[in-house]
Design a binder for this molecule. Structure first.
Ligand SMILES: Nc1nc2c(c(=O)[nH]1)N[C@H]1C(S)=C(S)[C@@H](COP(=O)(O)O)O[C@H]1N2
Ligand SMILES: [Mo]
Length: 296
């Protein structure tokens, strides 16, 4: 006789109350404000999507641990509420919004984008979000604002990975203003028709689909217009390996990983990596005349 071995429920299978409340709030909002689905539109992509399971269990999020599995295993520890996002710096109208206000003010739409990590794996993810340009325009940038600096939440109680002294916290990233204003650049608040799981950068993260994954900073609390090129976490750690631009570029290898090919998570065979991750038509003009070997 076959005796079915029933494993007991793991803690990660019990939805904690705060996540359940968040989900209910999001779904009631989505029902009222209805995000525009990508289907048939310019952001449908038309490539098989990575399974939700893979996209939520194979992550890089140092604040929740260093392995690919750690962020999903530690996700329940991170409560994204309360949350405020500050938009300031070189702007005429700085503002701070809580997460509910953010979702109400900016119309949400779905965008299916490729995400490629410098480690040579990639995914196709249906994000829900709004253009970063809408957030920036609301603050009226002054002419001194040339770059945008992003900071993740710094709170070791909520993000225990920040007790790791190997990295300087908070995680920080930056874009040039024209990159930030490009219509492809979004702030995501959801994925796969649902709220953003903690391991993917809840409650709000940047998505810049033509750049390596690390530029898409998670759990953002501060967006500031600045005059000088901002420091970035990876640039501070290892400037020779992580340039400020970090555009997906199969002709410029990282010292430890070839960038010519990538493995789409779920696939067995590798595929060629595309220039600007396949978004050259929309973004190549941003880098006209720049030496991409120097400005990698
Ligand atoms: N705050 C923060 N943002 C982050 C990271 C991180 O460690 N901390 N990792 C980056 C890296 S290296 C990648 S590849 C993507 C992964 O996003 P995903 O887990 O949603 O696929 O998030 C990026 N954003
Ligand atoms: Mo990455």
């Amino acid at each position: 006789m076959l005796i079915q071995n029933r494993p007991s429920l793991r803690p990660s299978e019990v939805t904690p109350r705060h996540l359940w409340l968040d989900r209910r709030r999001f779904l009631s909002l989505a029902a009222g404000v209805a995000f525009v689905p990508a289907s048939g539109g310019p952001f449908a992509l038309g490539e098989p999507q990575t399974s939700r399971k893979d996209a939520t269990s194979y992550n890089n999020f140092l604040e929740l641990g260093e392995s690919k599995e750690a962020p999903s295993a530690n996700a329940d520890a991170f409560n994204p509420r309360p949350w405020t996002l500050e938009v300031g710096g070189e702007v005429e109208k700085p503002f701070t919004l809580d997460f509910d206000a953010l979702q109400k003010i900016f119309p949400l739409e779905e965008r299916v984008y490729r995400l490629r990590c410098v480690e040579a794996w990639s995914m196709v993810i249906p994000w829900i979000g709004f253009p970063l340009s809408a957030l920036l325009k609301r603050a009226n940038p002054t002419s001194r604002g040339k770059y945008v600096e992003f900071l993740s939440l710094h709170d070791p109680k909520r993000l225990p990975g920040q007790r790791n002294p190997l990295y300087s916290w908070p995680y920080r990233e930056g874009l040039r203003l024209d990159e930030a204003m490009n219509p492809l650049t979004i702030m995501a608040v959801g994925m796969y028709g649902d709220i953003l799981p903690a391991q993917n950068g809840a409650p709000v993260r940047l998505v810049v689909p033509w750049k390596y994954g690390f530029k898409s900073i998670k759990s953002v609390v501060s967006v500031r217009l600045v005059e000088a090129q901002p420091k970035t976490t990876w640039g501070m750690m290892q400037p020779s390996e992580y340039g400020f631009y970090s555009n997906v570029n199969p002709t410029v290898d990282h010292p430890r990983w070839s960038q010519k090919k990538e493995r789409r998570i779920g696939d067995i065979l590798k595929r060629d990596t595309l220039m600007y991750n396949g978004y050259a038509d929309q973004v190549a003009h941003l880098y006209a005349g720049m030496d991409l070997r120097k400005n990698y």
